[in-house]
Design a protein around this ligand. Structure first.
Ligand code: TXA
Ligand code: MG
Length: 353
């Protein structure tokens, strides 16, 4: 099924959402937009339904899913009473609905064990998107929803991306056009009164610190996490977001040095017969010669880079680019999430000048 809810009157849209909600209640999978990326949803209490998510995505079964709810009252039936601290409440008040996933102790038996991948905790968020919220309310269910891409591919920011990856493998797609933030939610956990960012995302470390100024904040060092035997967020250890071509990142303080290095890498690859691509920003797009030079947002407004990143990575595939060099971004604000995804897409191959 395909529901276009980009146009049409409210009644028509409500009708489409009801149909999608019914499919979820019947134990099928439905892809839907959130403010971050499209999610592939299923009833989080129904193991047969959740199984279909893992099957459609080809997702490893030890990687738990985020549970989406419509309002904080639903928490009572999912997470252990007494586990919510004043810090949790401050974060929920500040960032829900929004791109913040909070990991909490789960009530045993309240969700399919596949959702938590055997952990005693569950990651929960309220998405800040009118269609997602309507669908959650209408279904009346906690909805497990990872990003609606094939495992390892860039996450989908358009319904067309979902279609490209999962057509024929899922029950339906609700299409509301492009998502907003463009990278996934920030996943956090409070342990002994300290805050751990398990995955950087739409809510920045600076924003978290500003509402909890007195708390110790551990922003994820991806290299450290990559090297650790047991990463805190199981998803952190997998190759992710990768285009089909080879990719590396070039970073440095001197922009002329960076662009010269990128161009010489591209020229060398071209000479070897590669089809070449450069992932850069509006400010620098004129500097490069390659088969495909993409301006992914503007360095002056890093939120535009986040919004356009995954579609850009997919563009290189569509154009059959076999060798990609990407410019890095400063790792502050949303830049942390951008660099986290870029590094994963590049298999952590980075040249620092
Ligand atoms: O923005 C988002 O978060 C999107 C939209 C659809 O909501 N969803 C998403 O889900 O990105 P997914 O499954 O692609 O990523 C979930 C991340 C993984 O890194 C996973 O390991 C982590 O959250 N996670 C989930 N439950 C966890 C838990 N109990 N403890 C630690 N990490 C957990
Ligand atoms: Mg994902």
């Amino acid at each position: 099924r395909y529901w276009n809810v980009q146009h049409g009157d409210e009644r028509e849209i409500a009708q489409h959402i009801s149909e999608a909600a019914l499919l979820l209640q019947q134990g099928d999978t439905v892809a839907f937009p959130t403010e971050t990326v499209y999610g592939l949803g299923a009833d989080a209490t129904n193991t047969a339904a959740v199984k279909q998510i893992f099957a459609a995505k080809g997702r490893p079964s030890d990687n738990p899913l985020i549970v989406h709810i419509a309002d904080a009252e639903q928490l009572g039936s999912l997470v252990q009473a007494g586990s919510l601290t004043s810090h949790h409440r401050i974060l929920m008040k500040a960032f829900w609905p929004g791109p913040l996933t909070i990991v909490l102790p789960v009530i045993a038996g309240s969700l399919s064990p596949l959702v938590t991948a055997g952990l005693q905790t569950v990651g929960i968020r309220i998405p800040d998107h009118p269609i997602a919220l309507q669908l959650l309310r209408e279904s009346g269910l906690p909805i497990a929803a990872p990003s609606a891409n094939s495992s390892g591919r860039p996450s989908p920011t358009l319904a067309a991306h979902v279609h490209d990856d999962l057509d024929g493998k899922i029950g339906g797609i609700v299409d509301r056009g492009a998502t907003g933030v463009g990278v996934e939610s920030t996943v956090i956990q409070l342990v002994d009164g300290e805050l751990y960012v398990l995955r950087p995302g739409g809510v920045t470390a600076e924003q978290l610190q500003s509402v909890l100024p007195d708390i110790r904040l551990h922003a994820t060092d991806h290299e450290e996490v990559e090297a650790a035997d047991t990463p805190r967020a199981p998803g952190m250890k997998y190759t992710h977001y990768a285009p089909k071509g080879y990719m590396h990142i070039v970073q440095g303080d001197d922009e002329n040095e960076v662009s010269a290095r990128i161009q010489s890498d591209v020229d060398a690859a071209k000479a070897r017969g590669e089809s070449t691509g450069v992932l850069t920003f509006e400010e620098s797009v004129g500097k490069y010669r390659a088969d495909l030079v993409l301006a992914c947002g503007s360095l002056a407004r890093p939120e535009t880079i986040a919004r356009e990143l995954y579609a850009a990575l997919r563009d290189f595939d569509h154009k059959g680019i076999s060798y990609i060099v990407a410019e890095g971004v400063p790792e502050s604000g949303i830049g942390r999430a951008i660099m986290n995804r870029l590094l994963k897409a590049a298999g952590h191959q980075r040249i620092r000048l």
